[in-house]
Design a protein around this ligand. Structure first.
Ligand code: FAD
Length: 146
């Protein structure tokens, strides 16, 4: 079955807190595992950047559901394309909180004009490279889990 990748950016509502992220992660892991979606959700400076991988149908259904969620607004689709293989297959979903760990700040700076996490100003290629590098850091154990 053809595989697809979807990347979008959105803005968290004011007052979104750590327990909300935990809730989103738990629900996402549970739902995504059932339908074969893998991916990563990065969060920082009030912004989300998420990648979803899976069949076209389940990625579309999941994205449509995510868009209705009142915990974020102003979603913008960055990419929806057919892919040969998964890049984020180790996680049904992983939430990465952008924080002061130097390795994370270095990657942000590598793909942005400042150290502020601003995925809205990244190109599609930059956002994918950014997410891939974050994954590599986790796999190497170079950054700690939140
Ligand atoms: P339920 O969990 O029973 O939710 C029913 C409804 O209530 C939904 O409309 C839901 O949006 C809303 N809701 C639930 N909890 C809250 C809350 N605490 N505050 C406000 N509204 C709430 N889901 C996935 O399955 N996979 C993902 O990869 C994924 N990524 C997400 C990324 C972001 C940035 C956000 C904000 C949400 C994400 N979600 C994801 C959650 C998704 O938006 C839905 O909430 C979830 O899929 C609904 O699951 P459910 O059908 O079991 O319904």
């Amino acid at each position: 079955m053809a595989l697809y990748r979807l990347i979008y950016v959105s803005q968290a509502i004011a007052g979104l807190e750590y327990p909300d992220l935990v809730n989103i992660l738990e629900k996402s892991e549970q739902n995504n595992r059932t339908v074969g979606i893998t991916g990563m959700l990065s969060f920082g400076d009030g912004m989300f950047l998420q990648v979803l991988e899976g069949s076209r149908r389940v990625v579309s259904q999941t994205y449509n559901r995510i868009l209705l969620d009142k915990r974020h607004v102003n979603a913008e689709l960055i990419e929806f394309s057919e892919i040969e293989q998964r890049d984020f297959g180790i996680w049904s979903m992983k939430v990465v909180q952008m924080d002061s760990q130097p390795q994370i700040r270095n990657i942000i700076l590598k793909y942005s004009s400042s150290e502020t996490f601003s995925p809205i100003s990244m190109t599609g290629r930059q956002s994918l490279s950014f997410l891939r590098e974050l994954t590599e850091l986790y796999q190497k154990g170079s950054i700690s889990n939140n």
